[in-house]
Design a protein around this ligand. Structure first.
Ligand code: MFK
Length: 572
């Protein structure tokens, strides 16, 4: 019988061990803010290891159950979630995972403290980040559009640290007509004697045990499309936790996010409180989904960091071919590329957090506001795709055991796949990038911000990398000039590559800025190496989606004929 047993990979306090995170905080935060938050983050890192990690595993292994009827045949539609899921809610409140962003004790830096905590929490929390994202988005909606009642009675409960008062919110946006084309929503809002009542079907309602939700419905007689939709606040559950005029059709059997109850709901005269005026529901709810898209970005980079930390640790333990994995050149190349990817994604995610904090506290310039609007879809789409690739590669680094449910990699791999779908797919966000460029004129602020970062970085070790980024910026300029006279099909076909190029180029400028700082204070050598490697891989030219290119895509994508014979002749 073999006696060989391999050590399992493990990680310690995710705050203490994350050099990239700590260096970033040291560079960006005023010293007084860092001094105030550092002990709390170290403590929370311990709590993640010793408490959250175990609860996350328990919640994963005890998914929610829908109990449609009681023993006597009464429709009850109860959703039973695990005790671990409820504990994750309690911890979220105690730790202020939503509250910190609204207490604003550190002004614009509060969003950074909050998102660092989310980053530490989310990869171990069975995606409890999802209800937090929607609650945060709903809180911001109330700040921007809510009436006095919502501001006095609901907002304080979204943003409390008292678990007994903490309220989470759902966001019911997706209908059978589509998660992307929200303007086609069919739910109707009828003005009855006691106010608006909603009738319709919500096809993907996540965190369905949240007592309240934000949703869209069309008032009677309102025009078609997104402008005819209105935004409503719904008190979905009564004091006993029972649905009010809502039938739960079924819980979704999802590939991942297993602990999170996502349901199909039938709204059968559900009371809705109008948020803001009638109409323009999509424009309003964009305030919410721009917040959840920032969450998605932070969650993506947190998944990457955890998966890569485990893969790196394993390389020190696992022996094969007579040496540890860390000595194998091919494996080392993989680990290095994963590290570079993590650093690029991290830089984007926390720049977004920084901009959001500034905007919400009135400290953002008009250029920074436009940049935030542009970077929100860009960072979400880029990091979500990165997370799928990086987590998958990290699982491969661990091998067969990484593919087992028992290893913590399984849930990460499954959950990573929701990131490019939830809150807007990659293509929808690429189109939103075009919307931001068009409506906010955001390209000028983007170039200005990127160029400033390069100009403030003068370390000779970065000269070549900086030259490469300048080439990438030049290529972007060339594309934008060419695109200016082209029809919508050109813009749409090129949107995804454009958004990715914006993300890669902007991340390069952030990595260079960070590396320049690291050199100046003798910290984190890897910052310089990562910046150089990221920049060496930057694309400085890409596909031009002109008529010929689109014709080929049509032939390939739809199996349509393109050439006349003989190319079309059947194979002999
Ligand atoms: C983690 C657990 C997950 C569990 C499983 C979940 C599985 C997945 C379930 C899902 O279905 S997730 C899908 C969630 N859905 C979304 O995130 C929406 C995706 N679709 C979009 O974002 C579309 O781009 C959009 C609905 C906005 C398109 O709507 P329209 O009406 O065709 O676009 P239009 O007319 O350009 O925009 C309407 C208004 O909104 C405009 O303002 P005005 O009325 O002032 O002109 C836009 O400027 C504004 N707007 C749109 N996007 C915006 C925005 N404003 C600010 N920021 C944005 N991002």
């Amino acid at each position: 019988m073999t006696t060989f047993v391999q050590d399992a990979p493990s990680t310690g306090n995710p705050y203490v061990e994350d050099r990239v995170l700590r260096a970033f905080l040291k560079r960006v935060l005023p010293e007084s803010v860092l001094d105030r938050i550092d002990p709390g983050l170290s403590r929370f890192g311990e709590r993640v290891v010793h408490e959250v990690e175990g609860l996350g595993r328990m919640a994963e292994s005890a998914p929610p159950v829908h109990v449609p009827f009681d023993a006597w045949g009464n429709r009850i539609d109860r959703v039973d979630v695990s005790g671990a899921w409820l504990d994750l809610e309690r911890i979220s409140a105690e730790e202020g995972l939503v509250a910190i962003g609204y207490e604003r004790s550190h002004g614009p830096w509060s969003r950074i403290e909050q998102f660092v905590k989310l980053y530490l929490f989310s990869p171990s929390s069975a995606i409890y980040a999802c209800p937090l994202a929607m609650t945060d988005g709903a809180a911001r909606l109330i700040e921007v559009y809510g009436d006095v009642w919502l501001k006095e009675n609901i907002l304080p409960r979204f943003t409390t640290r008292d678990p007994s008062r903490f309220l989470t919110s759902g966001q019911w946006m997706t209908e059978r007509t589509g998660g992307s084309d929200v303007g086609g929503s069919l739910t109707v809002a009828r003005l009855e004697a006691d106010g608006y009542r909603l009738y319709g079907n919500k096809w993907f309602a996540s965190a369905v045990t949240a007592p309240v939700a934000m949703t869209l419905a069309r008032t009677e007689g309102a025009p078609e499309g997104s402008r005819g939709l209105s935004l409503f606040f719904v008190e979905a559950l009564d004091e006993r936790g029972k649905f009010r005029d809502i039938q739960l059709i079924r819980l979704k059997d999802k590939t991942g996010t297993r602990a999170l109850p996502t349901a199909e709901l039938e709204l059968a005269g559900t009371r809705g409180r109008l948020v803001g005026d009638v109409g323009h529901g999509v424009r309003k709810i964009a305030t919410l989904f721009n917040i959840t898209r920032v969450y998605n970005t932070i969650v993506a980079v947190s998944f990457m960091r955890k998966a890569v930390a485990l893969a790196k640790d394993y390389a020190h333990r696992r022996a094969a071919f007579g040496s540890l994995l860390r000595e194998l050149p091919a494996h080392l190349e993989t680990l290095a590329s994963l590290e570079v990817a993590c650093r690029g994604g991290f830089a984007l995610a926390f720049r977004l957090a920084e901009l959001l904090g500034k905007e919400e506290t009135g400290e953002a310039s008009s250029g920074e506001k436009a940049l935030l609007r542009l970077l929100t879809p860009v960072c979400k789409l880029f990091t979500a795709r990165q997370a799928v690739t990086v987590v998958s590669e990290a699982v491969e680094c661990i091998g067969g055991v990484g593919y087992l449910e028992e290893s913590s990699m399984g849930p990460l791999l499954r959950d990573a796949h929701v990131l490019p779908i939830w809150e807007g797919t990659t293509n929808i966000l690429a189109l939103d990038t075009l919307r931001a460029l068009r409506k906010e004129d955001a390209y000028g602020p983007f170039v200005h911000d990127a160029t400033q970062r390069l100009e403030s970085s003068s370390a000779p070790q970065l000269t070549q990398a900086i030259a490469r980024v300048r080439d990438a910026l030049h290529a972007l300029d060339t594309y934008m000039e060419r695109a200016a006279g082209e029809p919508p099909e050109f813009h749409q076909a090129g949107a995804r590559e454009l958004a990715i190029a914006l993300a890669e180029t902007y991340a390069a400028t952030l990595l260079i800025e960070h590396a320049n700082w690291a050199l100046s204070c003798g910290l984190d050598d890897a910052a310089v190496l990562a910046a150089r490697r990221w920049c060496s891989g930057l694309r400085t030219a890409w596909t031009i989606p002109d008529v010929a290119h689109r014709a080929v895509s049509r032939a390939l994508g739809l199996d349509e004929p393109m050439f006349s014979s003989p190319a079309r002749a059947p194979c002999p």
